[in-house]
Design a protein around this ligand. Structure first.
Ligand code: FAD
Ligand code: MLT
Ligand code: ZN
Length: 478
């Protein structure tokens, strides 16, 4: 526990910078932010600091650097790997960016937007839509995920197929570095060759190298319309064939290609009110495909979807399909997909693995690795869903109904994750496709990471954050 005199002088210094609005010491107000979205990690903090702007934030970091106080940055707290949850020592400051929520500029000509770290993704979508533009990244957590969190986890989501991950959409960054200096890199240049690109170091750094205060993000034209297809099919291999067929015929129109096993759809229909099965028959696997139009001369997505699904049926790639007849129905199909993690949370304990392998290999990996896990760990059930078009699925292993819920995540949970991660690495894949490492996979990254790369990561961390105050215990252990 922090000695009272030290704590009080630190809080006095912070209070002088932040005032009442920015310094939260009441444990009841901090408590909701000390547990991660999945309820797996529970931390403690000596206070929550919520700066109003980058300059206040820089002052906080300078004080923390002088006093050797750990800082845990937090945006929407929708992360999946415990990255924004402090440890249990109570020594850290939980730094919330949620008050830094100004959209500073939307530039229709340059097609970019400057948004502060605490801007919520949904809010950004709405603001740029009002200008006839679109920020082409979305995910089920859009109602809480913030720009700073999305940058720091290099988030993916359901539109990566056409637009890439957050890394492809960040044109500039403003950030406070571990010594409290403010890096102003928001200006976007098409060509800029002045050595190491700090922007790319901070993207995906999970708050371990500095705190993002704002970002310049790429925009694209708003959609004219879209069609969402929900198709039933036999297996992941059939889904792979369908993907290849659609990439051939409609690659530039296809924005999303998500795979959903029947088990996940059953969970959603059981736990998420207002959801309905899109198809009347039974299918072991499902895919959601989104076709879009943002150019008036392009064909109508609904007509395209009709024609393409008719061909897919003829070729035996799918068993049945429903095509959205309205924006509301398109939204309802996406709700089924986006609610899987929430439904699974309600269903019971499972070990989550956010994995990627080469795109062409994922369908076979799902089948073979799934069988190996279920054979090795009796009573478990594998549910692999998600971004098949990117070679990324969430490979979740559900506990047997008889399992001891509290003990299961540790035993055999840990062994299950090690087994799954070994299979992923053998297949040339990554143990973190889009969620990051956080505290959840730090030891697995150390165990499986390429030694040269791990040494370089540690050297960069030590060089930029010699006092180790930035989100300690996340990503890499020093
Ligand atoms: P937080 O959870 O607050 O923080 C995440 C990490 O970033 C932590 O390490 C934190 O310390 C760090 N951080 C936060 N803000 C800053 C900052 N300003 N500067 C430096 N570090 C910072 N993710 C995907 O990639 N793809 C998906 O499809 C997807 N779907 C999701 C669906 C649901 C229903 C939910 C709940 C989450 C989903 N996520 C998904 C996970 C999550 O939304 C993302 O990881 C998102 O990027 C987290 O943003 P956040 O603001 O909530 O970050
Ligand atoms: C998703 O694709 O739904 C998310 O990444 C969240 C999850 O892991 O379920
Ligand atoms: Zn995902």
């Amino acid at each position: 526990m922090i000695e009272a005199p030290i704590r009080s002088s630190l809080l006095e210094r912070l209070s002088a910078v932040l005032g009442d609005k920015g310094l939260i010491t009441d444990a009841r107000d901090i408590a909701p932010w000390l547990t991660d979205w999945r309820g797996r990690y529970h931390g403690a903090a000596q206070a929550m600091v919520a700066p109003a702007n980058a300059h206040e934030l820089a002052q906080i970091v300078r004080i923390a650097a002088q006093t050797g106080t750990a800082i845990v940055p937090q945006g929407g707290n929708s992360g999946m790997v415990g990255g924004a949850t402090p440890d249990q020592s109570g020594a850290a400051l939980l730094l919330s960016t949620r008050r830094m929520n100004v959209i500073r500029a939307i530039d229709g000509q340059a097609r970019n937007v400057i948004a502060e770290a605490g801007v919520v993704l949904q809010t950004l979508h709405e603001a740029v839509a009002a200008k006839g533009l679109r920020f082409p990244l979305t995910l089920g957590g859009k109602g809480s995920a913030t720009i700073g969190g999305l940058v720091s986890t290099n988030a993916g989501g359901t539109q990566v197929l056409r637009h890439g991950t957050m890394r492809a959409l960040v044109e500039g960054i403003e950030a406070v570095l571990p010594d409290g200096s403010l890096y102003q890199g928001l200006v976007t240049l098409k060509k800029d060759n002045r050595g190491y690109d700090l922007k790319h170091l901070l993207i995906g750094a999970e708050g371990t190298l500095g705190i993002v205060t704002a970002a310049t993000l790429k925009l694209v034209p708003a959609l004219i319309d879209r069609a969402v297809v929900w198709a039933g099919l036999e297996s992941p291999l059939a889904a792979r064939q369908l993907l290849l067929f659609l990439e051939d015929c409609a690659g530039h129109e296809m924005e999303g290609f998500e795979i959903v096993p029947q088990r996940c759809l059953t969970n959603v229909l059981r736990h998420v009110p207002g959801t309905r099965a899109p198809l009347s028959g039974a299918h072991r696997w499902h895919v959601l495909v989104e076709l879009v139009r943002d150019n008036p001369s392009a064909a109508q997505p609904a007509e395209r979807a009709e024609a393409l699904m008719a061909q897919a049926l003829e070729r035996g790639l799918i068993e049945d399909a429903a095509i959205s007849a309205s924006e509301a129905q398109a939204g309802a199909f996406w709700k089924l997909r986006d609610s899987i993690s929430e439904a699974e949370r309600a269903e019971g304990p499972a070990m989550q693995h956010d994995i990627s392998v080469p795109v062409a290999d994922m369908a076979r990996f799902i089948i073979e690795a799934g069988a190996k896990v279920e054979a090795r760990f009796a009573g478990t059930e594998v549910a692999a869903y998600g971004h098949l078009g990117d070679g990324n699925v969430h490979f979740h292993v559900a506990a047997p109904k008889s399992a001891d819920v509290s003990a299961w995540p540790a035993t055999p949970g840990k062994a299950i994750s090690a087994f799954v991660h070994d299979l992923v690495v053998e297949a040339g894949g990554s143990i973190s496709a889009e969620h990051g490492i956080g505290q959840m996979k730090r030891d697995e990254l150390a165990r499986l990471g390429d030694p040269a790369r791990m040494a370089a990561l540690t050297a960069i961390k030590r060089a930029l954050d010699p006092k180790g105050i930035m989100n300690p215990g996340k990503l890499i252990a020093l």
